[in-house]
Design a protein around this ligand. Sequence first.
Ligand SMILES: [Mg+2]
Length: 312
Amino acid sequence: MGHPDKEQFLDRFLGSALGTFVGDALGEPVEGWPHRAIYSRFGLLDSMVRGEGRYTDDTQMMIGILETLIEKGGFDPAICAGKFQENFDPTRGYGRRIFGVVERIRQGIPWDQAGTDSFGNGGAMRIAPIGCFYYSDLQALKENAIMSTRITHNHPEGLAGAVAQATAVGLALQYGLSNEPIEPERFLDRITTQVTDIDKGFAESLDGIKSISRGSMIEIIEAITGRYRLSLRAIESVPAAIGAFLSTTCFKDAVVLAVNLGGDTDTIGAMAGAIAGAHYGYGQIPEAWLSALENRAKGRDYVINCVKKILL
Ligand SMILES: [Mg+2]
């Protein structure tokens, strides 16, 4: 990669990949719950409900992207489609239509013909490695984010959501490395510039984040849930995840806020974790969360080793 400060870059790349993993695992037990239901059961949910943090489709597909980057030294959609199919575990909470995509890939249908017209957040949820790998070239980041999404999701909203999420990861990493403070409006404008030509409606949906002022965690949750429905639609969940990052000042708060928004909690948590991890780095992820993550065949240590191999 030829990056001047490899240690710093590795810390951020690990932060983004493991940030996806912890956000996914933290949100999974309350997936589909509205904010008020989570709050009345747990207060602010900030620990792994079942003791072990098990990941879902978000992290499993992210692993496929990591493996592709290792194998090819860059992104390759045909290789990645194969990884998605090889890794597919139907017990990981995949959307119904993904079962069909995986089956078509297994039958040998090319990567660019196997997908669906879904406007969901499935492209965005797994995109952390592309945001990190291409952070210094936003055009390459955009092209690869689009290709990686088209394997499953072809709707412009799904594509714009993935590009927005990858750009948020890439910019968060840039600002993290340069130690520059983030100006939320400028950050959002740069994301908007990347997605306007893909889906104008999506670009406009990002504006809703601009008017969310800082306040207590509960005040911010009320503001975001008042504006977005937080379903698995990319146009709702991606701006919410970016908003969770921009309205907090540390990794833990960003992810706790995201998960407690309710709705598609594993994915909103995964996306906020990816952005916050790229900015604050692996060192800021709470130890209690990391040690709770599942660590079997393709678990925590495997993800860490994948990122290290990419940067070798
Ligand atoms: Mg999931």
